[in-house]
Write a protein that binds this ligand. Structure first.
Ligand SMILES: [Zn+2]
Length: 351
């Protein structure tokens, strides 16, 4: 099977030959390609070339076009802190939006305009063209995550308790912006879209219910209506918001290593493809191939034995991960995450 066939199988409840293996790779790819992370973020061609070099070198099953969380914020004119050649771009630590009037002055950016969103779409188009047998993840930020960037996270979290109108207005604006960005990427050919909600677990369950879920699910439903598969990722300990996540119309849930994968499978049943969940530090960057094999077996047994599983670290692959460790992860999918040997190539519904 090709990587794309493997991905479509797991997303549609069928057993592939083996589970896809899809580490989430950004800085590591720039490292492999020998380009600065600044150029990787700034130029779509550089990003695409680095993603291609990396996937061809290691043979895992997907590529992606995300690099940082401030692309949309920059397209709106948000100032970024002066980041060095190798650091991840970040917003200046002051609010870009201070009140509803600031928000009214903003216009939705054109994803194909002269801005960083267009560079991401450039990378997407190159990868879709050059790697037709590979799933290519397009990318948008979750409304809660992006709103925290526009308002500054410290102010935003205080607003949730003191000034509830402003966060709601920012969230509404962001849903429209991310919808346009997602639509532009689908029009460019994207079949898979990742939604990044790294800080979703910072708030309480009630915060998620009121300020995250309604806006996120609106975005998810709009993307699904255009036919794309969705991967959702929130970092850290997410168990307190699982009951809401379970209601999302997503396909793939990428869970962090801090949660118990067996417990997650029991809670979510076969509703989602579960993606994860090796510890990026202790079971990837600082691990031995033996540790990686053991951890991969554990993840597969806990969440993948009956299908609907993608092997990966729980979060981004650290850029200084030794090459042999990524090779060990890819090898683990072949050795320990095979369905063909268990079921003689059975491709009936896995659920
Ligand atoms: Zn994460």
């Amino acid at each position: 099977m090709t990587p794309l066939e493997r991905y479509l199988a797991v997303c549609n409840g069928q057993l592939p030959d083996r589970a896809p293996v899809s580490p989430f790779i950004m800085q590591f790819a720039a490292h492999v390609a020998g380009v600065s992370y600044r150029d990787y973020c700034l130029y779509g061609e550089v990003m695409a070339r680095a993603q291609m070099m990396c996937v061809k070198k290691f043979g895992y099953d997907s590529v992606n076009v995300t690099s940082d969380a401030v692309r949309e914020y920059q397209a709106l004119g948000g100032p970024t802190a002066d980041f060095g050649e190798e650091s991840v771009p970040a917003a200046e630590p002051v609010p870009f939006i201070n009140d509803v009037d600031d928000l009214k002055r903003l216009r939705l950016p054109d994803p194909l305009g002269d801005n960083p969103m267009r560079e991401q779409i450039t990378a997407l188009k190159i990868l879709l063209h050059e790697l037709p047998e590979q799933p290519v993840y397009a990318w948008v930020e979750a409304p809660f995550q992006e709103s925290c960037i526009l308002r500054d996270i410290n102010y935003f979290m205080v607003d949730l308790r003191t000034n509830r109108e402003l966060p709601r207005e920012i969230l509404k604006f962001v849903v429209e912006m991310e919808t346009e960005f997602a639509y532009a990427q689908i029009e460019a050919g994207a079949q898979f879209i990742g939604i990044g909600d790294a800080i979703a677990s910072l708030g309480s369950a009630d915060d998620y219910a009121e300020f995250n879920f309604p806006y996120l699910s609106e975005l998810v439903d709009r993307i699904k209506a255009r036919g794309a598969y969705i991967k959702y990722h929130a970092c850290g300990r997410t168990k307190h918001i699982w009951k809401y996540i379970k209601q999302l119309n997503i396909d793939i849930l990428n869970l962090d290593s801090l949660i118990d994968f067996a417990e997650a499978r029991e809670f979510f049943g076969d509703k989602f493809v579960l993606k994860g969940n090796l510890n990026p530090i202790t079971e990837m960057m600082d691990a031995t191939p033996e540790i990686i094999h053991t951890a991969s077996k554990r993840s597969f047994e806990q969440a993948g034995a009956h299908g609907k599983f993608i092997l990966s670290p729980g979060c981004e692959l650290p850029p200084s991960t030794p090459y042999e460790n990524l090779e060990a992860l890819v090898e683990s999918a072949r050795l320990y995450c095979s369905y063909a040997t268990k079921d003689e190539g059975r491709t009936t519904n896995a659920s």
